[in-house]
Ligand binder design. Structure first.
Ligand SMILES: Cc1cc2nc3c(=O)[nH]c(=O)nc-3n(C[C@H](O)[C@H](O)[C@H](O)COP(=O)(O)O)c2cc1C
Length: 503
């Protein structure tokens, strides 16, 4: 059976330079995961209705994120399902072609340095950096493996795909790792976002681009012009491309450019068969179609990444006009639910990789931690180099004004010497350092639409705590105590005698 040839034949030379490893496609990545013992194949027939979720959830809850899983025989489809492929620090880093994703953060910090180097030698050292940027834009190709098989008209049937019905009370099966391609009807600029899609029948699905997301803005602009918006959805690509769809890039920055930057190689894009949209040529599946400006349908419930079901809400409907796929495609999936889940590792990579950009705009920030346990945007520990009275409030407001960080419900601002990656230390400092009445700021604004506690969908309040050492100009007229620390001399003396102490 052709579809059993899951992986492309390309094999990688063993090389310490992981940067050379842009994946040609999703199956290339799966092949590498399998060779490195990071992927487990499951030969047993398993149902995409709840069973895959239960197995994947148990795996994702293992310390460190468990292994990626490849279900060879989902019961309702001829196509295999891969899940949890980015669900550990190692696999997330492998997905981005690096030993550890902090390397990308370091590289971005270098690139963002504002100084123009002096002298020829220093300028020459800039060339690789500039070359890196020059190789980033996507390139259009005339044909792609994603179009090896084409289904149009009556042959369009989403039911052939092993789409997961994730949780018992979900409104239906949901496509959980879609890369949704649209263009701004005014500027023509592309956007790629990951917006889940509830399958209604063989050729329609919900399009869950939330209020604040760029896909929704493109839809609004098309609706104003009373025009349909053409949409294409790629499933399964080089994971750097998938990651770019999740990345909180500012509107107008092309995700395919960012993907090219990450993979050190342009993303090859091919024109769809029935819509004027370009998609990754090596995708596993592509769904082509359109969203009508004024049509909505109840979407949900859906067991979401908050760990709760999001309720039924009206969302636009995606009409599928054509499904194309590779000759032997693998269907990519994830599940979301009570953390930790696979998306926690994606979120952590985003936190680290985007920190240099955040610091570019808010340079007093030293580090930040959006804990997985709090579903990221619910809570942020941030350390700052405090310089002046009210500085913590300035940083809170900056965070609430910065792209998708606007969703942060609780911000704890700490001094530069706090290690915000250590939650024990954060709790110790936060609880000791605040006088709640004085050090708390409650404000209002946009809230993640998945938040079930806010008064309205997408609108509510946020809170910030100034956990820094207080200054006299902030109304603190006592002496702020020092952290308890042993002297270095005593520590060394004890180190030297330690082996004699029998401890
Ligand atoms: C697994 C997963 C599922 C997601 N589902 C949705 C979704 O259904 N709707 C949505 O608006 N954002 C969803 N997101 C978040 C967006 O993909 C993310 O905010 C992205 O940056 C949006 O891109 P945009 O800024 O181009 O709109 C999801 C993220 C992940 C990792």
């Amino acid at each position: 059976m052709g579809y059993r040839v899951y992986y492309s034949q390309r094999s990688y030379p063993p090389s310490p330079n992981l940067y050379s490893m842009a994946y040609n496609n999703f199956q290339d990545f799966l092949g590498r995961l399998e060779r490195e013992g990071e992927l487990v194949r499951i030969a047993e027939p398993v149902s995409p209705y709840l069973e895959i979720t239960e197995i994947a959830d148990r795996m994702m809850k293992r310390p460190g994120g468990g292994k990626a899983l490849l279900f060879d025989h989902p019961t309702s489809s001829e196509f295999p399902v891969a899940i949890n492929t980015m669900g550990s620090r190692k696999r997330m880093s492998m997905a981005l072609g690096v030993g550890d994703y902090e390397e990308i953060a370091d590289e971005l910090s270098e690139l963002l340095k504002p100084d123009v180097p002096q002298g020829l030698a220093a300028k020459l050292k800039m060339l690789p950096k500039l070359g890196r940027l020059a190789s980033a834009p996507p390139k259009t190709v005339s044909e792609g493996a994603c179009q090896e098989v084409v289904h149009t008209g009556d042959a369009v049937n989403l039911g052939r795909l092993p789409i997961l019905h994730c949780w018992p009370d979900d409104g239906g099966p949901f496509i959980t790792l879609p890369l949704v391609f649209t263009y701004d009807p005014h500027s023509g600029k592309r956007n790629v976002g990951m917006y889940r899609m509830q399958v209604y029948d063989r050729n329609t699905a919900g399009m869950h681009w939330q209020l604040h997301k760029v896909g929704a803005e493109h839809h609004r602009r098309s609706a104003e012009a009373n025009r349909r918006i053409e949409v294409a959805v790629a499933l399964g690509a080089d994971p750097a491309v998938t990651f770019s769809a999740i990345a909180p890039l500012p509107p107008g920055i092309d995700e395919m450019l960012f993907a090219g930057f990450l993979r050190h190689k342009p993303v090859p894009l091919v024109k769809c068969k029935t819509v004027d949209v370009h998609v990754p040529a090596d995708a596993e599946f592509v769904l082509e179609g359109y969203v009508d400006p004024h049509e909505t349908k109840p979407e949900g419930p859906f067991g979401d990444h908050t760990g709760f079901y999001t309720p039924i809400e009206p969302y636009p409907v995606f009409h599928v006009t054509c499904i194309t796929h590779r000759r032997s495609p693998v269907y990519p999936a994830t599940i979301v639910g009570r953390p930790p889940m696979e998306d926690g590792w994606m979120g952590k990579a985003i936190e680290r990789i985007f920190l240099p950009l955040v610091k570019l705009m808010v340079p007093e920030i030293v580090d930040m931690n959006l804990p997985v346990q709090a579903c990221f945007h619910n809570l942020c520990f941030v350390s700052i180099k405090k310089r002046y009275p009210g500085h913590a409030y300035k940083v809170m407001n900056a965070i609430w004004g910065l792209g998708q960080l606007m969703f942060t419900k609780m911000i704890f601002v700490l001094d530069a010497d706090a290690n915000v990656q250590d939650i024990d230390e954060c709790l110790w400092r936060v609880t000791n350092n605040i006088d709640p009445e004085r050090d708390m700021l409650i404000t209002r604004g946009p809230i993640d639409v998945l938040d079930h506690a806010s008064r309205e969908v997408g609108y509510g309040s946020k809170i910030g705590f100034d956990c820094t050492r207080k200054l006299a100009a902030e109304g603190y007229n006592r002496t702020w105590p020092a952290d308890i620390q042993m002297t270095e001399a005593v520590k060394q003396r004890v180190d030297a005698m330690w082996h004699k102490l029998g401890l």
